[in-house]
Each structure stands twice: as structure tokens, then as C-alpha cells.
Design a protein around this ligand. Sequence first.
Ligand SMILES: [Zn+2]
Ligand SMILES: [Zn+2]
Ligand SMILES: [Zn+2]
Length: 748
Amino acid sequence: MDPRFRILPRPKGFSSSISLLIRAEKTPDTCQNIQPGVEPINIFQFVKFKEQRIVNFNDYLHDFPNVHVLDLFQQICITADVKHCQNEKCQAIRREMINAPACEWKCFRDWALVTMSCQMNSKTQGLDLESWKWAEIAHNLSIVATFTRRDKMLAANVDLFQVHELINWMVTINSHLHPSFEPHSPLRTHITKQKIVEATQTAQKVGICQNRLWNLTVGGGEREEVDLPILMAVVEKHSTQFMKHRGYEDHGICTAGVCCFNNIDNTRVKQLHKCSTKDCEELLHFPLSELERPYERFTWWIDDIENTKNIPYIATEKSQGQYMAISHVWSDGTGGGIQGEGLVNRCLFKYFQGIAKELRCTAIWWDTICIPVERATRQNAISRMHENFEEAAHTIIHDQYLVQFPWTDDSRPCLALLLSPWFTRAWTALELMMSRKGKVSVVYRHPNDPGRYIIKNLDKDILALHPAYSSRSHWIASTLVSQLRGQRIDCIGDILKILKTRSTSWPRDLMVVAGLLAGHNPKVNTPGFIAQITRDIVLGLVEIEESFLYHGHTTMTEKMGFSWCPFSLLDGDILTNTDRPERVYVDEDGAVSGNWDYRILDKEDAVNVRPYSFHISVDWKIRVALEQWESCLLLRNTHNRKGLALLVVPLDVAKCEIGGIEYVVLDCQYIGTVYTTNLRWGDSYSASVRLGKLSKHPTLSAEEITNRYYDTKGCRIYGRPWEDQLHSIKQARKQYSDRVATSNHHSF
Ligand SMILES: [Zn+2]
Ligand SMILES: [Zn+2]
Ligand SMILES: [Zn+2]
């Protein structure tokens, strides 16, 4: 038998005091667990002989359906033969792991710390962990965890949530050590349910908006709501601090889905004073007319302002010197206010000036005084807003909620950032994502002196550096911030998960931000700009989620290109992590092609199929089409679990070219989305379908056309055959749209 294999004996009964580690020699030169040339144990290779043959690990688990999960953990840990390594380096690493999750089952925590510290040490010695496989030990434990049975939960007097958290800690370290490792840690809802209820209660008590809380789970991590208890435990522990700094907004009636402070117009909030008297000398006047030169963008020079007569600033082109861009929310009074264009409280400007100087910047970019007023130049400035943060030497995050939050060296400042108004705005999300070249810092309250501020660097001071040494709450909070910061836009869902949880003072600005996120410069002036941005984004992505087609809204056009597409991108749904996103291809004219399961309708189906719609005209369109049920076809995706299908009318069989290859497709007219839960789907057939390319009246029944499709020879679309060419198609489209944009630019 392979020496790495271990025979897992029958579990012997759980006892929290049994040591899971094997005694080892004192102070050895090398790690006792991971050594060059010695293959470690992989739990997947744990086997047992059953009726003369080797059975796999899952079978083993199924053999003991009534054994307590902790009993299984215990047996696995013991069989893994982990030595209580006394190597100096391994021990030193272990001593640093003070923030590892607490656990009442102390022996398991000891075991987890030894496995992780030895593994970290082997990493520093350059041992190839990929071949060691030992890393997967935690992963496998998390699979065992899925066998946790509800009725066995309370038996052992150990908090299973803690055990799971320790396993998750291990899994996170593993995926940090080698990014190819895919974390997989399903937690049974019966373990987490009560903890999540408690988390929402803590939020309620402390005055944290329920909507803000739940938004953290949208597109956050793999584990979604499971992380909330970890984060809220910190808030609970320091509740007075989080309560004291909740600010001036009362989020008591907000729900998980709705925050009452979203979409409030914050542009007319009175401007903030930083001085104690709240009425410092006369206002500073920034002549915004100086900015009204198209295609040049300005910052305000602030260096040595005391020397230059009474004018503390000069409009300067951005290329001159390093400037600081301010990322802020208008709701706290750092916006324009109501005192007139270009007029700013002297103390507020001096405050920002002081910060800029501390960061060694000679100029400031602050939207309040850097966006021209005249219509055309203003629109141009807004459509290129992101560049101000892209080019900044330093981006400073200023939010009065954070400014009043005292700095500490733990997870609290990062958690405060997640719960701040700043994190709920769409513009600021864009600003963070664009600040990739420069440094990013946040203003907090000085830990010892409430009257002073302290500037902290996002990457070096605020975010956790390593999952092995930081607390779980710190790591989770940091991951949520860095995920936003590093988010790539590869599909519609990437945009939706940023914007559907965020707000702007004007609803239409959400679409402007959507355009900027996807790298398009939206022309905000035109009445049809929402549809235009939607088209630009969809065409630019080349492939989109198939799920985007099941929207129930009115479509952008009645026929041909985009006749399947909602008017606004934001009408699309966010997928949850359990959804499997299939992709479809969008051609340059807005026709969409992919592979679907289809079904022909019969007379009764017309009654059983129900419209899924958010507008009466959509409903009507579906009912009219179903009257001609012989002409209709239902399309669905095998992975669609919501019982929805697309109702289409097949028109013809055609050839379609994608990435240089010709495919046979069924050209169809998109009608709408329908519920098929009352329908027996029956046998499944699949077809390559294109929507939005052809417009005519159907002359044949759906059955006749699908037969013709079957008789036509040629390639069919399976999966994503365009995948290899995706990048070059995207490039070509981008070049084309840039050319169009430039030619429009000159006629502006
Ligand atoms: Zn070791
Ligand atoms: Zn709220
Ligand atoms: Zn003042």
C-alpha cells in the first residue's frame, strides 16, 4: 500500500481532553512534520479496507452516519500523525499566531496551530507546497463539517461554530499560501443561523444600518452571510465605541433591503466647519471660471500659500507636481454646500491643505472646487471623473464618521471603514478602485487626543497583512475592502454587485459610474444615455451572463439588436454564489448567441406558462405570443434553478460567425421571461440560438423550424467556443468605440 495512505479506524468516542498531537523530540534542527523528500499525509488518501477493497473517504463518512462530527474530526486529526513540532522556527511562527480564533476544544486549536505553523515554516524554506498536499487537510476537514448533523450538535459541549472558525482560519491560510487552492467551506445553516440572528440584533442595538450590514454579504466572499457574526462580534465587544460614532443619521427603521438614507440628495448639505467657533473668517473664493478650459483638468496649488498675498491657491494643470485627491461623502458637509459656487469655509480648506502637506503633496483635487460650472465643460469633467483618482499621487478618504473614530491597532478601524457612509456610495467605490497607482490613506481620530486627526495608510496600516497573524474579523473586513479595490470588471455581475449595494445623490449617476467602471466615458447630456451606457457596456464585455436575459423588464428595442436587453443595466439581477453563470456571446450589432435547452409548446402549456414581468406591457406581450403557441419555443439553461425560461419565437435557421468559426443557429425573436414551474419539461433537446438578429413574421411552426435546424449540417455552439478569442475581440471593439468617441469629441 502507498505509504501516504492511512487506515482510518472506527471513531472511538469524543473527548475534548485527548491530545491530537504526537510527542516529538526537543528542539530539533528541522521541522518534525514537513521535511524534504517525505510525502505528507493527505486526508483524501485516508482509506480503509472494506470487503477486500479500498474505499474512499466519503464512503468512510457514510459508514458512520451516527457518529458525532467531533468524533470524526478527532479521529482524523489523530490519524494524520502530526508531531508536536519543537523546531525553533516553527515555534516562533506559532507564538505569532496569537490572533487565531479561540476554541473551547483546546486540543484541536493546538493541533491547528502546529499544522499551520509548520506549513508556514516550510513555505519560508521554499519547499514546494503544491506537491506536499498537506495544505488540503483543512479543506478536507471542512468537507467533513458538512456531515455535521443537527441532532448531534449539542452532544459534546463544544461550540461547533468555533471549531468551524478554526477550520476556516486554516483554509484561509492555505489559500493565501497558494492562490490556486480553492477554499470550500460550507457551513450548515443550523450552526450559523442563531449566530446570524445575533449579529443582526447587535447591529440593531448599536444603531448600525441593517441594509449596510447585509450589503457586506452581497458579492462579498464565498461565504456570504456567514461572515457577519465574526464582524459583529467585534462591534458587540466595543459597542460603546461603535455606538458613539454612529453619527447623526438614525438607521433604526432601515431594513436589510432598504436604507432610508440612500438616494437622498446630499448636494445641499450645509458645509462643514473644522474650526471650533463654526464661523471662521470670510469664505475662500475659488474662481471656478478659471477651470473652464475643455480637456484640461485642474487642481489647486496649495504650496506656500501664506506668501502669495491674500490668494491661497492658483489653478494649476494636474501634470505640475504631486496632488492629493479627496474621496469623501457629501452628506457630512464636505461638498459644495449652499453658500455658492466656489465658496469654501476657510477652516475646511486649511484642514485639507494641512493633510496634503503632511502627505507631501503640493496641490489638491477636491470635486467641490475642481469641477467647472459651465454645462459642456462640466459634463466633460464628470465623464472623466475617474482620471482624477487614477493620476493622484495620494487619495485621502475623508468621512466624518471615520474622523471621529479613534485609531486602534486592530480590526476596528477597518470595520469602521466598511460600516461608514463612505463605503455605501457609488462614486467613492469608483474612486477607490481607480486609486491604484497612488497611495490611499484614511483620516481617523488620534488615539490619545480627540482634537487631532491621524492619517493611516490603507495597505500598510489598516488592512490585515496575513491571515495567519491577524484576527478573523480583521482578515474578513480587509478582504471586503481589497476585493472592492481590486475588482476587475469581466461581467455584468461585477458591476451590479458594486452598484446595487450603493447609492448616489442622483439616481442617474449610478449609470454614469457603471459606464466609468467598465471603461466607457458616458455622454451624460443625451436623453438616451442610460440605454447608451448599457449598450456600450454589454458590447464591450463581448460575453455576458446568460442569466441577464431573464429580467422581466421592457426591452431596449422591439426587434433586432438589443431586443432582449433591458433598458438599464441596473435592471439585471445579482447572482448569488450558488448560481452557475453560463455565458452568451453578444455580436457587434447587439444580437446574442448561445446554447440552450429548448422545448416546443403544446396547447395546455400556454395556460401553464406564466409571465415573469415587472411591467404590464411585458405581461401583455407574453400573453399575445402564447396565443400563437405553435410558433413559440421555451429556452432554458440546465443550471437555472429558479424555474424560469425564455419565451422566444423561432424565425429561421441561419449561419453565424463567432471568432472566425461559422455556426448553425436558430434565429429567434425574444418575447420575455416566463415561469415554468407548472410545466413538465419532458425530454431535453439543445440548440444554438441567436436572439436579436432577424426580424420577420414566422412562416413555419416552431416544430418545423427546429426540424430544419436539425437537418442543417454545420458546427453548433457548445460552452464558450469564443473563449480563446475573447481578448482580441474585446480589443478590437474597444479600438472601434474609442475611434467613434474621438470623432465625437472634436465636434463637441
Ligand atoms: Zn514544524
Ligand atoms: Zn440605513
Ligand atoms: Zn470654520
